[in-house]
Design a protein. Structure first.
Length: 453
């Protein structure tokens, strides 16, 4: 029997208190005794019920423990059996690998060669623009290059066929319809003419094949070569079978064409690399050319008037020679010394307009190379700033400053050289006209001296 717990004692105490209260209310001692007996009996029933539950739980736990021990024994037996099977499989696998190595013999070397050849051919086909005409032809080669078992005879023949097909297509000019990605990003089906593995053209434009960027699509170059080569592309696409046409072939397989796209035009170089100094040099060049053009028009117009005056004996004051001859006509009675001084004065008056503007052109062709030198210094300062900030590890960081220095130097020379030539030519023309005036003035003096003599 278990000792009554605290709860049972509380029930007994409560019954006693209830009995005492009943006594206080007039109950008899006999009734109190009956109540206590009933409480004790109830307590005994409760204790018996609890003992029965405890015995039942203990029996269940014993059964669970026995069941768990049985399962443990079964799993240990299964583990021993699986371990034995694993060891047996390992021994059998080692025996089979030995048999396989003995039976393969020289085929193992052949297997390595096939895998290497498959990888090389797959790389070649991927880089070839022939894949634009035959998409997906290198997929089986990629799988064959990674395979761990010997290839079949059919697969070896397929590998050989891919190699021979590539060699044959490299010497053909073929026209086909395929996907083309235009310069604006739009994809469309167009007629394409392929020249071996070197060039492809469509609608008079050159196409590029870049497997790293294109999904087996030919890409239209964003910038096309010169018009001469564009006309060749149009003639090739419009030619019939057997008709000979001229065509430029890029034997670098697209590298030269890609360089054309990346290279800058002269206008782009001036805009991007010339900077403010470059624009100033261009402004100086335009001003100098306009001034040279104006001066050339003036000199040639004056020269024409002087030529017409040479054919006439009557002076016309609308041209320099006529004004010089008018000095003699206005002073027919003057002595030789006075007339000679007046003619010299007239020639001096006509010389200044003929030579006006030439000195400013000279200043411009002297200033232009100095501005180019200024741009060179500015570019080198920018280059050294980049070196200070980022070091010399990446040459592209210094390319901007160096390009500015070179472009401004070229612009200065391009402006200075023509202006120098124009200035020399115009100055010679002006001196020739002045010499005509001096010759005519000397002739007038000589005629008067001869007449007075």
């Amino acid at each position: 029997m278990r000792t009554p717990n605290v709860k049972t004692m509380k029930i007994t105490l409560a019954a006693s208190l209830l009995a005492l209260s009943g006594t206080a209310l007039g109950q008899t001692l006999e009734e109190l005794a009956q109540q206590v007996q009933r409480a004790v009996a109830q307590e005994g029933q409760i204790n018996a019920q609890r003992e029965a539950e405890f015995q039942r739980d203990r029996n269940n736990q014993q059964q669970l423990l026995q069941r768990a021990r049985q399962e443990l024994a079964n799993e240990e037996a299964r583990s021993d059996r699986l371990k034995a099977e694993y060891d047996q499989n390992e021994r059998q696998l080692a025996e089979l690998e030995t048999v396989l190595a003995e039976r393969m013999g020289n085929l193992g070397e052949l297997f390595g060669i096939v895998r290497q050849a498959s990888g090389d051919v797959q790389s070649t086909l991927s880089d070839s623009m022939v894949s634009a005409q035959f998409p997906g032809r290198g997929e089986f080669l990629s799988e064959l290059a990674q395979r761990r078992e010997l290839p079949t005879v059919g697969e070896l023949r397929q590998l050989w066929s891919a190699m021979v097909t590539e060699i044959a297509q490299a010497g053909k000019v073929v026209k086909f319809t395929g996907p083309v990605e235009l310069a604006n990003g739009e994809k469309t089906e167009q007629e394409v003419v392929r020249v071996g593995v070197f060039n492809a053209v469509s609608n008079g434009s050159f196409l590029d094949w870049d497997p790293s960027k294109s999904d087996e699509n030919l890409i239209e170059l964003a910038r096309q070569p010169s018009d001469r080569y564009a006309s060749m592309a149009s003639d090739l696409q419009g030619a019939t079978a057997g008709e000979p046409v001229d065509m430029a072939v890029d034997f670098s397989r697209g590298q030269i064409l890609r360089a054309v796209v990346q290279s800058k035009s002269p206008i782009e170089r001036v805009k991007e690399d010339g900077g403010p100094v470059g624009y100033v040099i261009i402004g100086v060049g335009l001003l100098g050319l306009l001034l040279c053009l104006w001066k050339a028009i003036v000199l040639y117009s004056t020269g024409g008037k002087i030529s017409r005056q040479l054919k006439s004996d009557s002076p016309n004051k609308s041209n320099p020679l006529g004004r010089v001859m008018a000095v003699y006509a206005d002073n027919p009675q003057s002595d030789i010394e006075t007339l000679e001084l007046k003619l010299d004065e007239a020639i001096l008056r006509e010389t200044a307009p003929l030579e006006s503007g030439l000195s400013f052109i000279k200043v411009l062709y002297v200033v232009a190379p100095l501005l180019g030198l200024l741009g060179t210094v500015v570019g080198m300062i920018a280059t050294f700033q980049m070196i200070t900030l980022f070091g010399t590890g990446d040459p592209r960081m210094m390319a901007g400053g160096i390009s500015t220095a070179l472009v401004t130097t070229v612009l200065g020379l391009v402006v200075a050289i023509p202006l120098t030539l124009f200035h020399s030519f115009l100055q010679g023309k002006a001196k020739a006209l002045i010499q005509v005036l001096e010759e005519q003035a000397a002739g007038i003096v000589a005629r008067i001296a001869e007449r007075n003599g």
